[in-house]
Design a protein around this ligand. Structure first.
Ligand SMILES: [Zn+2]
Length: 344
């Protein structure tokens, strides 16, 4: 959610109430959508859409990119007053949100994995001129999470969904530090809700590893509540802190894309060490959720990892990221080395 600085519109209902989760519910739910709807999807997930649902669709668009030009063309190519249905991953969710919001028509979102929260966030991550800008404010009529469809995604992607909830462990810590340093105001009611989401996530880590229906419910409800708090607060500091800053810099310095949640878990392990804040909590949950996060597993070399850590203090200042342990506590060279102990 970096970059969402303008006041956001408010939500009439908690996002949770818009979400239906179940096994083999996709066809039943989509047969209720007004015929002629625009279907946004992609290779892979489209194979899980029943022929009789496809017959009811009007235009079918394959989403490939979130570039501003591509999104503008997609809006021009689609009917203004028919519902929009998105079935697929993050790019499909954001494309469908953008078209639904642009036309102000009913929007149905069907995520094909739970690796990212794009199906329950309102803004769209538009790529423009090399940067990401969060724009629009789509509120779906329904989010349909079919566990059978979700399980067709590679299991490591679904498990990576835990990253954006484990990040509460380090994000909240940084938010508190920022408040103590007088850079931001702290809301203890919000912090309490975030802590209970984290507790539920830690409790259900094995369920997330199995991608069981319960695991899916835990991740999705966590995402929904985090979204509502972010909209209410106008920032995401209850779940976005130094662990995300690490992830942003890792992508920038290596020039590579990673599975977001996997990189964020690595960030949360490292930053909980920097914070002296129970790294065992993060590592224990990551192990039980069987999520990949170790540098070797996600393709970050020892020297890359060290340079990311060394660059972080300058990066957070230059990018004017909200206050975190990186501003609070300067590490000596040997302390920096010890952050990666046992990891490389
Ligand atoms: Zn994130």
């Amino acid at each position: 959610m970096a970059g969402a600085t303008n006041p956001l519109p408010s939500l009439e209902r908690p996002t949770k109430e818009l979400v239906t989760i179940g096994t083999d519910i996709l066809t039943r739910e989509l047969m209720n959508v007004e015929p002629g709807f625009t279907l946004i999807t992609q290779d892979g997930p489209i194979a899980s859409v029943d022929g009789k649902v496809l017959e009811r669709a009007g235009k079918v668009l394959l989403a490939t990119s979130l570039d501003a030009d591509v999104l503008t063309r997609a809006v021009e190519m689609t009917p203004e007053n028919l519902p929009v249905v998105g079935v697929g991953g993050g790019v499909v969710m954001d494309t469908a949100k953008w078209i639904g919001w642009s036309h102000q028509t009913p929007l149905y979102l069907v995520p094909s994995s739970i690796s990212v929260d794009a199906s329950v966030t309102n803004m769209v991550a538009v790529r423009d001129g090399g940067g990401v800008h969060y724009q629009g404010f789509a509120i779906p009529k329904r989010v349909v999470v079919d566990v059978t469809l979700v399980r067709t995604a590679p299991i490591h992607l679904n498990r990576a969904g835990i990253g954006d909830l484990l990040s509460i462990h380090t994000g909240l810590f940084d938010w508190r530090l920022g408040a103590l340093a007088g850079t931001v105001s702290f809301n203890s009611d919000i912090a309490q809700v975030a802590e209970s989401i984290l507790a539920a996530t830690l409790h259900d880590a094995e369920e997330i590893a199995r991608v069981s229906e319960r695991g899916v419910v835990t991740l999705m409800s966590g995402y929904c509540d985090v979204n509502d708090m972010t909209v209410a607060q106008g920032h995401a500091q209850m779940e976005e802190g130094s662990e995300h800053y690490f992830a942003y810099l890792a992508e920038k310095l290596t020039g590579r894309n990673f599975v977001h949640g996997e990189l964020v878990v690595l960030g949360a392990v490292l930053m909980s060490r920097w914070q002296e804040n129970r790294d065992d909590v993060v590592m224990g949950a990551a192990t039980r959720a069987k999520v990949r996060w170790r540098p070797d597993d996600i393709g970050i070399s020892a020297s890359e990892l060290r340079s990311i850590i060394r660059e972080l203090p300058r990066f957070v200042v230059e990018t004017a990221l909200p206050y975190s342990v990186i501003n609070e506590r300067t590490l000596s060279r040997s302390e920096m080395e010890s952050l990666t102990k046992g990891l490389v």
